[in-house]
Design a protein. Structure first.
Length: 265
């Protein structure tokens, strides 16, 4: 059977630190990954973070919504010289396989891994399993949504958010992105967060004619419902999202799309 992904030019917008596994997998599939990082991350240092980490024993649960949240949480622990034994009485909750894998790299196991990545169902599931008499620290980034905090608080769970890293827009590759857009040389546009969509729109706002055509005809594949909504609000009309929010499932979604297209389905 002919490989439907062979030779397809696929835009990868993940940060430089995160893009390698997706790029390698696309090459295995004989696609041509085109890497234009649209966001970058850096740790936030503040008295608020230091104080929050120094008094972390007051929480029974830590909630991580991204692998970056895990990475920069432990980065801040090390930066402020806070001993990890403060975490001995705390349980961990994670959203997504990559977040779980990152937590395991630091030697911890998640006690709660929701069956759904939707904030509302996750919050209700947590309360059903563990009750609402818990104090939760939600570890997030500067561009994260606080929907989970709102859901947990609505369920009467005491929830505090701690912003441990900053998401910044990466513009160093804007000229290359402009050239790709003007050539209409990309078959698939992939986005892994609403921030990547916003950064993309900011950098292509002067290409109105080209973007109108591209957003109406080219395939767009996103991780997560909020990213999908951002892409649709941006104007992309052919948006797909895998049920599982991983880059591996994104690639499978792309494969099946082009397979059906080649078979005339």
């Amino acid at each position: 059977m002919k490989n439907p992904m062979k030779g397809k030019n696929i835009l990868v917008t993940r940060s430089t630190a995160q893009a390698k596994p997706m790029m390698e997998r696309l090459r295995v599939m004989e696609a041509n990954p085109v890497h234009i990082p649209l966001i970058t991350f850096q740790a936030i240092r503040s008295d608020e973070i230091k104080q929050g980490l120094e008094t972390i024993e007051q929480f029974q649960w830590l909630f991580f919504t991204s692998a970056n949240g895990v990475r920069f949480f432990f980065d801040n622990l090390q930066h402020y010289g806070i001993v990890q034994r403060k975490l001995d009485t705390i349980k961990f909750a994670v959203i997504g396989e990559k977040t779980d894998q990152m937590l395991q790299l630091y030697g911890y196991q998640a006690s709660f891994f929701p069956s759904s990545y939707q904030a509302d169902s996750m919050g209700k599931q947590f309360v059903r399993f563990f009750g609402n008499d818990k104090r939760v620290l939600l570890v997030v980034g500067s561009k994260s949504t606080f929907e989970i905090q709102e859901v947990l608080q609505a369920e009467q769970v005491q929830t505090t958010a701690l912003v441990v890293y900053e998401t910044a827009y990466e513009t160093a590759y804007q000229q290359r992105l402009t050239e790709l857009i003007q050539q209409d040389n990309l078959d698939v546009y992939t986005f892994t967060s609403p921030s990547t969509v916003v950064s993309f729109d900011n950098q292509t706002k002067d290409l109105e004619t080209e973007m109108k055509q591209i957003k109406s005809t080219r395939l767009c594949v996103c991780i997560g419902s909020t990213t999908k909504e951002a892409a649709q609000e941006s104007g992309f009309q052919r948006v797909l999202t895998p049920k599982q929010f991983t880059t591996e499932k994104m690639i499978q979604t792309i494969f099946h799309h082009f397979l059906q297209e080649s078979e005339g389905v």
